[in-house]
Design a protein around this ligand. Structure first.
Ligand SMILES: Cc1cc2nc3c(=O)[nH]c(=O)nc-3n(C[C@H](O)[C@H](O)[C@H](O)COP(=O)(O)OP(=O)(O)OC[C@H]3O[C@@H](n4cnc5c(N)ncnc54)[C@H](O)[C@@H]3O)c2cc1C
Length: 379
C-alpha cells in the first residue's frame, strides 16, 4: 500500500473507487483480504482526516454515481467520522481525561513485558503480530482489523485500551482524535457502557479468508467498566467575522480551496505545522513526514492560485501581530496547544459540522435518522 501525499492523487483514488468498487462496498467492506487487496474499501481515511478531501466531496461524488438507497451504507460509514467528531466536541473532557489516564498508565507500563511484546509484534497470536508489522509498514489497518486488534489488545493481552489507542495514533496516517479514542472506548465497552466488542476465531478466519491460524483468544471476557459519565457541554459553533484577517489552517483542513471559505478574502494564510515537541502523543517519524508533505502540497496549491501563504510552526502563532481567525482544529492536540498557551482565537466552522454536531447528543442510531437532512444542506 502506498499513500501519496497529494490532493490530485487522493481525488484519483476517490474517483477510481467510486467507478470500480463502490457498487460492492456494502457486501465486501467487512473483509480484510490483506494489504495488497484493498479495493473493497476506499482507503481514503488518511486524506479525509487531513481535510485533503472532505466528507461532503466524497458523499456528493458517490451520489452522482448511485442513488442514496444504493449508497446508504457507504454514506453512513463516511458520516461515522463526523458523528464521532461531534460526539467528542460535545464532551471534550473525554479527551482530556484520556490524556491524563494515558500519562499515568505510560509510566506504569514502560517496562511491562506484555506491552513491549505487543508493540513489537512478539505475542503468541500470529494474526496480531502480523497486524503490528502491517500497521508500522503501511500506517493503515482495515476497519475490521482495527476492531480485532483492539479487542485482542484489551481482552486477550489484557493491556489498557489507552495504550493501544496511543499506539494507533503513533502509526496511523489517518490518526484522528475522535475516531480513534472513541473507537477504542467502544471496543473496550466504556463508550456504550456495558457493550464491548469481542473478537472471535471464527470471525477473524471468515473475514480474512482463512489467512491466519492459531487464533486462541479470550472470547468470554466481560466489558471494561468506567464510573465516569460525561454530560454534554453546550458549545457555540457559529462563525465569527472574517473581514480583513489572516487565516490559520491546521492539519485537519489541508484543502482550503475546497472549503466553505474558499471565496472569502484573507490577508494571508498560515498553514500550521505541529511537530512532536507540542504533542502529548509523540507520532512516528513516518506520520510526521506524511503530515509535513501534505502541508507542502497545500502550500503549493495555494501558491499556484497566487494566494499569499506560509507554513508556520504552531509555537510561532503567538508572534503573528495582526488579527487572525482559524479554521476550527477540532478537539485534539492542536486545540490543546491553543488552550494551554492561552491563545484565544476566533474559529470558522464547516457547514457540515455546524449541521451535524447538533445531532451527536445521542447514539449513532439516532444520528442516522438525520443523514438525509444533513445531505440536503450540501447544495
Ligand atoms: C479501534 C479503532 C480505531 C480507529 N481509529 C481511527 C482513526 O484514528 N482515524 C480514522 O480515520 N478512523 C479510525 N477508525 C475508523 C475506521 O477504522 C477507519 O476510518 C477506516 O478503516 C478507514 O478505512 P477506509 O478509508 O478504507 O474506510 P471505508 O470503509 O472506505 O470508509 C470510508 C470513510 O468512512 C469513514 N469511516 C469508515 N468507518 C468508520 C468508522 N468506524 N469510524 C469513523 N469513520 C469511519 C472514514 O473516513 C473512511 O475513510 C478506527 C476504528 C476503530 C475500531
Amino acid at each position: 500500500m502506498k499513500f501519496e501525499y497529494s490532493r490530485v492523487k487522493a481525488v484519483e483514488m476517490l474517483d477510481d473507487f467510486i467507478q470500480k468498487n463502490l457498487h460492492e462496498y456494502s457486501k465486501l467492506r467487512n473483509f480484510d483480504f490483506g494489504p495488497e487487496k484493498r479495493s473493497n474499501v476506499s482507503c481514503l481515511s488518511p486524506y479525509i482526516t487531513h481535510g485533503i478531501i472532505s466528507e461532503q466531496e466524497v458523499i456528493q461524488k458517490s451520489l452522482s454515481k448511485y442513488s442514496f438507497s444504493k449508497n446508504e451504507k457507504f454514506i453512513q460509514e463516511v458520516l461515522w467520522r463526523t458523528y464521532w467528531k461531534g460526539w467528542l466536541e460535545l464532551r471534550p473532557n473525554v479527551w482530556e481525561d484520556y490524556l491524563i489516564e494515558l500519562n499515568n498508565i505510560r509510566e506504569e507500563f514502560k517496562h511491562n513485558q506484555n506491552y513491549t511484546n505487543a508493540i513489537n509484534g512478539k505475542t503468541n497470536i500470529e494474526c496480531f503480530n502480523h497486524w503490528v508489522i502491517e500497521l508500522k509498514e503501511n500506517n493503515y489497518l482495515h476497519n475490521h482489523t482495527r476492531m480485532w486488534f483492539a479487542s485482542i489488545w484489551i481482552f486477550t493481552l489484557e493491556l489498557p485500551w489507552q495504550l493501544g489507542a496511543e499506539f494507533f495514533m503513533q502509526h496511523l496516517y489517518d490518526g484522528d482524535t475522535a475516531s480513534n479514542t472513541l473507537g477504542w472506548r467502544w471496543v473496550a465497552g466504556v463508550q456504550t457502557q456495558g457493550k464491548h466488542y469481542l473478537a472471535s476465531e471464527w470471525n477473524i478466519k471468515k473475514f480474512t479468508n482463512n489467512r491466519f491460524n492459531n487464533i486462541k483468544l479470550n472470547e468470554n471476557a466481560p466489558p471494561k467498566v468506567s464510573k465516569k459519565n460525561y454530560s454534554i457541554i453546550k458549545q457555540d459553533f457559529s462563525n465569527k467575522n472574517i473581514d480583513d484577517r489572516n487565516l490559520l489552517i491546521f492539519e485537519n483542513n489541508l484543502s482550503f480551496e475546497t472549503t466553505d471559505f474558499q471565496s472569502n478574502v484573507f490577508k494571508k494564510i498560515y498553514i500550521i505545522s505541529n511537530k512532536n515537541e507540542n504533542r502529548s502523543i509523540k507520532l512516528s517519524e513516518k506520520v510526521i513526514k506524511f503530515k509535513s508533505l501534505l502541508i507542502d502540497d497545500q502550500k503549493k496549491r495555494l501558491q499556484d492560485k497566487s494566494i499569499d501563504c506560509d507554513i508556520l510552526d504552531i509555537s510561532e502563532i503567538k508572534n503573528i501581530n495582526e488579527s487572525v481567525i482559524a479554521l476550527y482544529p477540532t478537539v485534539g492536540e492542536n486545540l490543546d496547544y491553543l488552550i494551554k498557551n492561552n491563545l484565544k482565537l476566533d474559529f470558522l466552522y464547516r457547514k457540515i459540522d455546524q449541521c451535524s454536531w447538533q445531532y451527536c447528543n445521542k447514539g449513532f442510531f439516532n444520528f442516522k435518522n438525520y443523514i438525509p437532512k444533513i445531505i440536503s444542506t450540501f447544495n
